[in-house]
Design a protein around this ligand. Structure first.
Ligand SMILES: [Zn+2]
Length: 284
């Protein structure tokens, strides 16, 4: 199967998948009551909703992978809690794009939660986690790294050292402070909100812009302003960044990527009568 790809100026964007997981619907929609959210995100018998894990590949001068899904290190208990469905995972998606792990030059982290950074490392036969992309330089934000290596009671369930500490030990991790370009045509922008140093990724070429929104707007259902995750550490920061960002994305016609949507990888935002909707470009 050939992976769908999208031309953006001189770059090629390839939406990937590391499979699916299920998270508590109430936690995913914060203050939004269940009778509203279950219309757009049906819950299973344990109140969980199905979500994708959709890393994005950017092919240009360098081959850049943005986030990497949860990977294969999760134990049986976690697999049960999160209902992982990785019958088709990132290796399959890379193969569909004609690539293997060795072709990735740069791995960029939106943040270091397990469903984004779990795939950064893999265990060898000896059980030790090592960088999964042998030729890659990994990039994360300094503040996010500091939070990930000093977890507290409210975020501990999302941060697992084996997903990122081995990168540092192997000398393949670059920590970046502030917003700016991290590869040709690719720049990061801090949103805060979800975590203090959560960042989105702006991809620009030939006058066109695409945005990898990570957990700022994880699914199409999270486009309305008050639909903000209960997981977010600083929800008012999410709200103010989201308000400004939606305006910008509509006016400048950004192509936006939804990392956790169960069906839609990417689309354009449209506003009509004060309501913002998504016109899907890539689904499935
Ligand atoms: Zn997250």
């Amino acid at each position: 199967m050939r992976a769908p790809s999208i031309a953006l100026g001189s770059l090629e964007l390839v939406p990937l998948s590391d499979g699916f997981l299920a998270l508590d619907g109430g936690a995913m929609f914060g203050v939004v009551p269940k009778p509203l959210w279950e219309r757009v995100a049906p819950a299973d018998a344990r109140n969980r909703i199905r979500m994708g894990m959709r890393p994005l590949l950017v092919r240009g001068e360098r081959t850049v992978l943005i986030d990497a899904g949860c990977g294969d290190k999760m134990d049986a208990k976690s697999a049960e809690i999160y209902a992982f469905d990785r019958s088709r995972h990132l290796d399959h998606a890379l193969a569909d794009a004609g690539l293997t792990a060795t072709d990735i030059d740069v791995v960029l982290a939106s943040h270091l939660h397990f469903d984004h950074a779990g795939g950064f490392t893999a265990r060898g036969q000896d059980g030790i986690a090592r960088p999964r992309f042998p030729g890659a330089q990994y990039i994360a934000r300094t503040g996010e790294w500091e939070d990930a290596v000093h977890p507290h009671e409210r975020n501990r369930a999302s941060y697992f050292a084996e997903n990122y500490v081995p990168l540092r030990e192997a000398g393949v991790l670059t920590l970046v402070d502030g917003d700016g370009e991290v590869a040709p045509g690719i720049r990061v922008r801090r949103t805060g909100g979800h975590t203090m140093h959560h960042q989105i990724v702006m991809i620009e070429s030939g006058g066109q812009t695409a945005v990898f929104m990570a957990d700022l707007i994880p699914t199409v259902a999270h486009v309305p302003l008050p639909w903000i995750m209960g997981y977010d550490l600083y929800p008012m920061d999410t709200l103010s960044f989201k308000r400004a960002f939606l305006r910008e994305a509509i006016e400048r016609k950004y192509l936006v990527f939804f990392e956790h949507d169960p069906t839609v990888s990417a689309g354009y935002l449209r506003e009509k009568d004060g309501r913002v909707t998504v016109v899907p470009v890539v689904s499935g």
